[in-house]
Design a protein around this ligand. Structure first.
Ligand code: SF4
Length: 90
């Protein structure tokens, strides 16, 4: 059985899709969340290093590097998007 992402239970991308559209959310689930490719998901990789919650805007195939995502999250760059921090813990 293929390994899947341990973040699925709380991840807003997996549970709520994306702000883009439902189909995109389903594609991320198929490509990343439910396969071993979750290890390449930038959201997953950044979450391993961040002490603050990631907003739903951070996508598995983000155009910026994981280092940049971490820098932005830790600096508060995304705080305006985190209306419900506890829901974005992943
Ligand atoms: S979007 Fe990334 S972090 Fe979220 S469940 Fe899928 S693979 Fe895991």
């Amino acid at each position: 059985m293929e390994e899947v992402c341990v973040k699925m239970e709380k991840c807003p991308i997996f549970n709520e899709g994306t702000l883009l559209n439902e189909k995109t959310g389903e594609t991320y689930k198929t490509v990343y969340c439910t396969t071993e490719r979750y290890k390449q998901c930038k959201r997953y990789l950044a979450s391993q290093r961040c002490t603050r919650p990631l907003p739903v805007q951070v996508l598995p195939n983000a155009s910026i590097t994981v280092d940049e995502i971490v820098r932005r999250v830790e600096s508060g760059f995304y705080d305006i998007f985190n209306k419900k921090d506890k829901d974005s813990q992943n």
